[in-house]
Unconditional design. Structure first.
Length: 279
């Protein structure tokens, strides 16, 4: 799974509680004004050179008024609680991002988002439901359902913010240890697909190195190979020290895999593999 998360600079999450269709971001019952706000916000953020990933989120267990909106970057995650969708018109996320003057609530504790759009792929609903329920028991309102995250074959998929980490194939019985690590500020390398803030090759290198607290220093491509250099901060002095240079490449021999539950035929995929590590 290493290196399979889409690279994202900004996650934009909008609460949408009605039933989700297969392509809910395009096929929904949002008012025209809310659709326009979403499209304009995405366009303005992308005009700033950002890779923006919009998602719908929901918590079906709660019958409440109001709308939750979140925006996450590699630096911070922010949340706004609006009375209804009409307040979106007053929320200028692009201006706040450009000025770094945020008016929302900065998240301190992790939030968990389980991919569960069964209309898009039944694997997401089948495997996501028990993981979502287990997360609800442990972190309550910090667990959400989220629209399609990509990578059906890795279901259940879970996005964690503010980590920006995407996890796959998280089993229900592993949720307790998983949340213990994430709540403690750690990555769970046993099911990590990658930190979305990084390019796929960097995600893979971090996953293969599998050490907490790595700091990306550089990434250099040489043909099909990418060498990623990491450092880490010494806890006793807060001084960065060189750690490792990890070289990765796509496998030359593709694997045959079902991309989703609805597929009848396997398709070739070329996962990353570690070539070497230089200490």
């Amino acid at each position: 799974m290493a290196g399979t998360a889409d690279q994202v600079d900004i996650w934009l999450l909008l609460e949408y509680r009605p039933s989700w269709k297969a392509k809910v971001l395009e096929d929904n019952e949002l008012a025209a004004s809310s659709r326009e706000w979403l499209q304009q916000t995405l366009a303005r953020l992308r005009a700033l050179g950002c890779r923006v990933r919009p998602q719908f989120i929901r918590q079906p267990e709660y019958d409440r008024s109001g709308v939750t909106v979140m925006l996450a970057t590699a630096e911070d995650t922010w949340k706004w609680e609006l009375s209804d969708y009409s307040e979106l018109a007053t929320l200028d996320m692009a201006a706040q991002f450009a000025s770094a003057r945020w008016e929302g609530q900065r998240l301190v504790k992790p939030e968990y988002f389980v991919c569960m759009n069964g209309q898009r792929d039944r694997c997401c609903a089948r495997y996501g439901r028990p993981v979502y329920a287990a997360l609800r028991e442990r972190v309550a309102e910090r667990a959400w359902q989220i629209s399609h995250l990509g990578g059906h074959r890795f279901a259940p998929n879970v996005l964690c913010l503010p980590q920006g980490a995407l996890y796959g194939r998280l089993a229900e019985q592993e949720v307790a240890l998983f949340t213990e690590k994430v709540e403690g500020g750690e990555l769970d390398f046993s099911c990590l697909r990658g930190r979305s803030w990084f390019a796929p090759a960097v995600q893979a290198a971090e996953g293969f190195q599998a050490e907490q607290g790595l700091i990306l220093k550089s990434s250099r491509e040489d043909g099909e190979r990418t060498t990623v250099t990491f450092a880490r901060t010494r806890s006793d002095s807060m001084v960065e020290e060189p750690l490792a240079a990890v070289t990765v490449q796509r496998s030359k021999q593709p694997l045959q895999a079902l991309a989703s539950c609805g597929d009848q035929e396997r398709k070739p995929v070329r996962p990353f593999e570690k070539v070497k590590t230089a200490l």
